[in-house]
Write a protein that binds this ligand. Sequence first.
Ligand code: MG
Length: 257
Amino acid sequence: MKTKTFYILLLALLVVIPLSAENRTQIIAHRGFWKTSGSAQNSIRALDLANDINVYGSEFDVHITADNIPVVFHDDKFLGIPIQTSNYEDIVSYSLPNKEKIPTLEAYLNKGKLLKTKLIFELKTHATPERNREAARICVKMVQDMGLQERTEYITFNLDAGTEIIRLAPDAQVSYLNGDLSPAQLKEAGFTGLDYHFDVMRKNPDWFSEAKKLGLTINVWTVNTPDLIREMADKGADFITTDVPLEAQSIVSQPDK
Ligand code: MG
């Protein structure tokens, strides 16, 4: 009888412990862990460093060049050269602030394959609806060809790109960034989550509970101050995207007040 009670208690613990860990807000390093020596936003080094500090995921931005090479970079222009209307060879000779070349998506994912952190893939908006869908096709194919479907979660401001990713990768986590759709509208469009600016969530406080009821994940960006990190975690954000991942991890791992 004692043995049976022991096993029931053990089983209960095994169920409860992962559930409580899962309920805690998780941290995503915005453009990798870049606010540290030798790193740079969206560099392969920043991805590697994000993995080293055991964050849930490392976010990065992807544009497609005119000759259809996906590259990892945030702004529309790299050192004044417009990425989406230039060929890859026009930008490859220049370096990021940490002396890395601008990473191709292929090189970035090759590094990601060796790591554990989730790859939070932001597909940037391109010039036309058709080009947005084409960008989605190029990117989803590369992720699938490299066997990274399970490790990759997509985010985008662009509805055409988002719905194309959902169509091509129906099992993927796909969240919408633009803040103009309600949780119900996102669910209807097939998204699995919202990934909104914290001000959008402050203006629409009901969206926390509405998203949860619909089974959508909640991610907020870019949450960089201790008070705001605490506020968003307390309101029930599943994920916080931040430029200060170490500090954010420390804050969300503290017990609630
Ligand atoms: Mg981004």
